[in-house]
Design a protein around this ligand. Structure first.
Ligand code: FES
Ligand code: FES
Length: 212
């Protein structure tokens, strides 16, 4: 049995549901606003980046990742967003000569820094040797991971040249030798969902000049 005080029409349920959603959204944005001053959107901060040799002056929400700064603000979309959580390596760029997951770092932490993306390694007319080797060895299928793979490989070879050991380096007193297991270990942060790993290793090996 129902009475007038407890009877709720379908329309009231819908309105009530919409209100609940609105409250949920409002509280969600309240969390974000709490990170900015006095409930206002976060203040934009000036930042200067040198990307592929060009200077870029931006005003960014301090929560902007380096990846989003490159893709959404500088419009260099060669760097890919895969997981956005540091798990896949699709967003790898070279920052001041070292490879880095650009989704895991805030752009405002890199004022004045130098970034190289896949667009800065070579051009269609003059490919970087690593880009040419990936083409020659079919080191990709869908290509989504490829910019990150190539940036990572270029910086990885530089690490080897500087004598930086990896987890599988057996002799820490000898110059690093780039065996297949070394390449696979050093590139393990770059996931390829298409499974192009054998060809990627071949391409890197060719560039490294390490193939027996
Ligand atoms: Fe950065 Fe996956 S998008 S590691
Ligand atoms: Fe498709 Fe690597 S080529 S994910």
């Amino acid at each position: 049995m129902s009475c007038a005080s407890t009877r709720i029409s379908r329309r009231e349920v819908l309105v009530g549901g919409a209100s609940a959603v609105a409250i949920t959204v409002a509280s969600g944005s309240g969390i974000a606003a709490a990170e900015g001053p006095a409930g206002s959107p976060a203040e934009r901060l000036p930042i200067s980046l040198k990307v592929n040799g060009g200077d870029h002056v931006l005003a960014l929400d301090p929560r902007t990742s380096l990846l989003d700064a490159l893709r959404e603000h500088i419009h260099l979309t060669g760097t890919k967003k895969g997981c956005d959580h540091g798990q896949c390596g699709a967003c790898t760029v070279i920052l001041n000569g070292r490879r880095i997951n650009s989704c895991l770092t805030l752009a405002v932490m890199h004022d004045g820094d130098s970034v190289t993306t896949i667009e800065g390694l070579g051009t269609p007319e003059a490919l970087h040797p690593m880009q040419a080797a990936f083409l020659a060895h079919d080191g990709f299928q869908c290509g989504y991971c490829t910019p990150g793979q190539i940036c990572s490989a270029v910086a990885m070879l530089d690490e080897v040249g500087r004598g930086i050991p990896s987890h599988v380096t057996a002799d820490l007193t000898a110059p690093a030798r780039l065996s297949e297991i070394e390449i696979r270990e050093r590139m393990s942060g770059n996931i390829c969902r298409c499974g192009a790993y054998p060809n990627i290793v071949e391409a890197i090996t060719e560039v490294a000049g390490a193939m027996p």
